[in-house]
Ligand binder design. Sequence first.
Ligand code: F0G
Length: 340
Amino acid sequence: VWKYKNLIHPEIPEKAIITRGEGNTMLYRNARISNYSGVDKIFLKHEGENPTGSFKDRGMTVAVSEAVRLNFNKTLCASTGNTSAAAASYSAFGGIESYVMIPGKNVSANKLFQAIAYGANIVDIEGDFDTAMENVKKAIAKRNDFYILNSLNPWRIEGQKTIIYEIMEKIKPDFITFPAGNLGNTSAFGKALMDLRALGVIDYVPKLVAIQASGASPFYDYINGKEDTIHPVKAETIASAIKIGNPVNYKKAKRAIEFTKGIVEKVTDEQIMEAKREIDRSGIGCEPASAASVAGVKKLKESGIISRGDTVASILTGNILKDVSLVSEHKTLSIQDIFQ
Ligand code: F0G
């Protein structure tokens, strides 16, 4: 991430930087995924291969460095799991305390485990992510000793821009697809492309394609319904990372979609889990929400918006180990099956 320091936070002194070597993730090509999606040149950018297993590390290295630079000793965030894991790790690594508000019943146990193990103070919120986010906003209005680590914090967005810089250094995608919840990535990716265009580094703008889960798709309704404002919904989806009904970054995200002449699509839980199975069996693997990236490509290919010959970068936002709930459903072989 810090390779791009001049584009994200030029003034920060080197000694304030809290980094675990995040970024520079793999860009995979795989025949199984090309066949499945119907797009030959589909590339998978694996953000699950970051230190805590998600893209959040890119934003967290910048935001926690800023917290340290400003002499805060407490951080605070709401989370569907990955933000809290990254916040807990980077805060601990920077020698400061973290507080995370988590809708315990709606978060994967693996992510909660990470936050606990890294030593975060856990506030279990009755309700969903949106309730937790409301409580974070109230807490920072009441107290000034917490440094907020949600994507409302512009430094998170600055760090997450580097996903796009890395992709654009390697390929020239027509479309960039990714799962969208609180819309931090959508905002960051739009800003990254605006930067590159303004600097004359790129001579065209790829289309951003934000994919929501159909049970948690207020941004889809807002953009495609041409509504004046976003209408919060009660979110419901198997992809707990993007189970968000009231995204905080929707205004910035709208600008990103407009700037890139992008698309907002939605996919069902069945489509997400089918895509996850393909990604897992390709040997690459990802968490459920991440598979929405590829499920969305397949859907847009079928509806004729993406063509077989287009170049597509799909972002896998989280690691396969982030959610191991499939294990309990899996039938194992008996030892006799092997000896036969
Ligand atoms: N994919 C994964 C794996 C995520 O954890 C998230 C968000 C998203 C996609 C959506 O990104 O919010 O920028 O639109 N997770 C947050 C969290 C909300 O608390 O971990 P977004």
